[in-house]
Every structure is written in C-alpha cells, then in structure tokens.
Design a protein around this ligand. Structure first.
Ligand code: ZN
Length: 544
C-alpha cells in the first residue's frame, strides 16, 4: 500500500516534471510561442530535473529582464574556467535575437530537454553547450498578430523584431548601443565559445528549402576557420538533416538578377531565367555571424523558412542544430586546435576595407518553389504557405565575398594622450573595452614609426539608420614619426581579437567606429584621423 502510494506519487512527479519541461509551443499544439515567463519556467524545471544544468543570467535587457543562460555539460560546469578545463568545444546556441522569429527559442529548449534527460545526453560528454533561448526578451513580450503577418504561424502572434528601444540587435554587434548587445559580448568575453549558432526565420525569396544557413562571410576572418565551417561542418549537417529527417537545407540566399545585383526578387524571372542568381546577404560584422568570425570563432547562422508551418520550423531548427552539434563534436580536436592557433598568431595578413560579392567556382542547383496564400484566422491578413512542388534550377551562387582593397596589418593602433584626456573619443574607447580588446598604456614618452591618415572626405548618410548616420571616411596614409606621450593608449595587433580591432579602428573600415559616428571630431578634410597605425613597437614601453 505504502509502496503503491510512493509509486503513484513518483509517477505524478514524473508527469509534472515532464510537463514543466515542455514549451508553450508544445503545450498549445503550436498555436502559441513561449513568453518570457514560460522560458524561465522551463529553464528552472531543467535545473530541477537534471544535475547537468547550470543556470545564470548574462545581463539585463533595456526593460530590466534578466537574460537567461543555460550551461549544459557532463560533468556539470558552472564557471568558464571549468568549461575550458574540460577541453571540449564550447557551443553557444542563441535564439530569438529577432523576437518575431521564435522557433529557435522553442527548439533550443526542446534540445536542452533532450540533452539533459533524453536521447542526446551522451553529447554532453563531448560538448559544453550554452543556450541563450530568449536574447531579445523585451521584444518577445510584445506579442501581436500584426507582427510578421505573412509568416505561417504561430497564429496567436509573435513579438517584435527590434528591442524595446527600436534597435535591431543583429545590426548592433559593432556599435553596441543596446544593453542586450553589450550583455552578449560580455558573455562572449566570459565564456569564449568556440562556436556560436544564431537562430532566425527568413521570409525572403520563394525557394524550396526548409531552412537555410550561413557561416562567417567576411573574408577578414581566417580562411581556415571559414573552410572548417564550409567543408566539414555545414555540408555534414546538411546531409544528415536530409538523410535522417528528409528536410532540405542549403546556404542562405535570395534570388537576384545578375545584371542588377542589388535587386532581390521573390521568384526566378521566367523571361530571363539565365540572369537569375542565388545571392547571400552581407559581409559586415554588424551581423552576428560575421562578428563571431572576427573573434576567431566559428559561426553558424540558421534561418528556418517563414512559409513552412510553425511546428515544421521548430522541428527543422531543432534537427539542424542537433546535426550541427554532431558535426562539431566530430571535429572537436580540429576546431579547438585551430581557434587556439588563431588566437596566438603573431603576423596577420592584410585586412580588407572594401569587398565585393563573388560566385562559387561552379554553378549549383538551387531548389525553386512557390507559395500559396491562406487567410490568417485572427488578423484576416494573408499568410504565405510553402508549395509542395520544388524544381531544381542551375544558377550561379554568389555565396562569397572577396576583399577588393586591403590595408596591411599594423603592429597596433595608438590613440594619443591628448585625445584620451580630452574625452573626445570616450564613446569609441568604451566600445573597445566592451568588446574585450586588450588595451595597453604607453609608460614613457617615445618616438614611434606610424602611419597617419589624412582625411580627404567624410561621407555621411542623410538617413538615420539604427539611430545613427552611417559614415565613410576617405583619405591617404603616409609614414610619419610620432612622439607618443606617457598615457597614450595602444591597442596591439598581437592579441586574439586583432581582426576585430582592425575592423573597429581602421579609418577606412566599412563597419567600424567611424561608420557609427563613434568617432566624429577631427574628421574634416585635411585633418589627421585621431588613431595612428603603429608600424613597429620597438621603442614603446607599455603597461598592460
Ligand atoms: Zn532574423
């Protein structure tokens, strides 16, 4: 009797635990997506149900919500040091950066359940997995059926793309204007994951893929790192998703006209089929996948297809991440060896400051499809639904970027003491620190060989974009001698984040401090750009 009562109690506990671990998407039969409270409830239930889960917050949103982070490993790790000591790849899964694109939030929680108490548990002996299921937590709470109206569910609505201040967090990786982006780079500095997987939904051209993906696209990231993603991780995940789950995936793109590359189109132009190409998006590190590459880490962008139903999108995101994790685990030693090599490399190749899209060497078969229209049962607006027919069409794949102009990597960059003291560039220097760059101080006055940049013109966009007027600087470098005073700041290029330093600091960068008006003073024609390229650190005495 007593035993029976225990058994019944045990069964009830199990049932409650299982239901606690289910996401709102699952319990609502995919009519609704999880709220912030739902996510926190599942996160706490995961901690209660498994000894392999550490739970913390990596920061606070603009509206004051704690940003949850789950750390999964066997044995349990609760500090970055413990994670590094395991010697395994640390994989960061980030969802909901755009809070209308909600399937990653559900899929990452489902994966957390499978990793801690389900079939994927053995993987926690190969990988340490960090999950931030609800990055844009404030946007998530602004649920409306008027957001992403063409998306095929969830029909109870989704949150907003932007954070509560109207900022797109996937344009904020360099300028760090949002509390959320600063929290995220804080997480990267603290846990230093080897891989970052960023989960989205795409509503672009009418293609035949359930999900599309992209590695780092900026060629200033190391070529071996990009090759590891393109040759050993993404194609392996793609094949496994197709063979095991019968779901189609490929590199992210949209149809575009080769003669007018800027124009994207929903469909292949039937009048000029030969002119249609498949084109990827952008090389700039304001996007997470490109930013991560500049930190010498492997990035995977995942874009579930908006016109697949919500349940299907959660499922394809889940299995794509699952198979990516398997491919990462299979390359664990190769990946960790490469990232530590890159962090220590003393001499870096020149960095690009201008780029162009380039096609893959050979044309590929792209799956073309169409959409049907279906009225949304609540908003009455038209949702688009993926067609069943899929046709392969051979076309060029503009999936790469190449640098069209490069600048040699200096030994470091110097900000003279008067600039530091006057506070004129405080906003810029703040960013350097937030990104985690090593910054040294000149300990004693010394003459150094530098290149100084004389401004020819500053071109500023009239239009406000993300709260700023994007700017571009042109000018000319010339060698000079500079007397560096004690107290000047020196950012060495011999540091793990050198590629990121280059992108932020170079005068001609297309996504740096100048771009985002973080350096404004001293940029009129004829003036000297306030940051000098140091060509030789020989005479400099530096304190860390
Ligand atoms: Zn997105």
């Amino acid at each position: 009797m007593l035993l029976a009562a225990f058994l019944i109690l045990g069964a009830a506990l199990d049932a409650r635990q299982t239901s606690d671990l289910r996401t709102r998407a699952e319990t609502s039969d995919y009519v609704e997506t999880s709220t912030y409270d739902d996510v926190m409830r599942v996160a706490k239930a995961l901690v209660a149900s498994s000894p392999l889960v550490h739970f913390e917050s990596f920061g606070t949103t603009e509206e004051g919500r704690a940003l949850p982070l789950l750390v999964l490993a066997d044995p349990l790790v609760s500090t970055p040091e413990a994670a590094r000591n395991l010697g395994r790849p640390i994989v960061f899964i980030q969802a909901n950066i755009h809070a209308g694109e909600v399937e990653g939030k559900e899929a990452s929680l489902i994966l957390a359940r499978r990793l801690t108490s389900g079939d994927l548990r053995p993987m926690l002996r190969q990988l340490t997995i960090l999950i931030a299921p609800i990055y844009n937590a404030d946007g998530n709470e602004k649920v409306s059926v008027q957001n992403r109206t063409q998306q095929y569910g969830p029909i109870a609505g989704v949150g907003t793309r932007e954070n509560s201040k109207g900022l797109d967090l996937n344009r904020d990786y360099m300028k760090l204007d949002s509390a959320e982006a600063r929290a995220l780079v804080g997480l990267m500095n603290k846990w230093d994951p080897h891989v970052a997987i960023d989960l989205h939904t795409t509503n672009g051209s009418y293609h035949g893929y359930h999900l599309t993906y992209a590695p780092t696209l900026n060629p200033n990231a190391d070529a071996r790192l990009i090759a590891l993603a393109r040759e050993r991780i993404l194609p392996v995940a793609q094949r496994a998703v197709l063979e095991k789950h019968r779901l189609r995936t490929y590199y992210y793109g949209n149809f575009a006209s080769e003669s007018g590359m800027a124009r994207e189109s929903s469909r292949v132009d039937p009048g000029k089929p030969g002119d249609t190409v498949w084109r990827t998006f952008d090389h700039r590190p304001r996007f997470g996948n490109n930013y991560v590459g500049l930190r010498n880490r492997l990035a995977i962008l995942s874009e579930a297809y908006s016109y697949l139903d919500f349940r299907g999108r959660v499922r394809v995101t889940e299995v794509f991440v699952e198979e990516s994790l398997r491919a990462i685990a299979a390359n664990a030693a190769r990946l960790t060896a490469l990232t530590s090599l890159l962090d220590q490399e003393a001499k870096l190749p020149p960095g690009g400051v201008e780029f162009k899209l380039t096609p893959l060497p050979a044309a590929v078969e792209i799956l073309v499809s169409d959409v049907e229209k279906e009225p949304h049962p609540r908003s009455g607006k038209e949702m688009l639904v993926m067609s069943q027919t899929v046709t392969p069409v051979r076309m060029k794949d503009y999936g790469l970027f190449a640098a069209t102009r490069t600048v040699p990597m200096p030994a470091g960059w110097l900000i003279p003491r008067p600039h530091v003291e006057a506070g004129r560039y405080a906003a810029a220097i703040d960013r350097l620190r937030w990104h985690g760059l090593q910054i040294q101080t000149v300990a004693a006055e010394a003459e150094v060989d530098v290149e100084r940049f004389t401004v020819t013109a500053l071109t500023k966009a009239e239009r406000l974009f993300q709260g700023r007027h994007e700017a571009r600087l042109t000018g000319k470098y010339e060698p000079a001698k500079l007397s560096a005073q004690q107290g000047a700041l020196f950012i060495p290029a011999s540091q793990p984040l050198a590629r990121l330093a280059f992108y932020l600091l170079e005068a001609e960068s297309d996504d740096g401090l100048v771009t985002w008006n973080l350096i404004e003073e001293g940029l009129t024609a004829g003036e000297t750009y306030p940051i000098y390229r140091v060509m030789n650190v020989g005479g400099l005495k530096l304190t860390p």
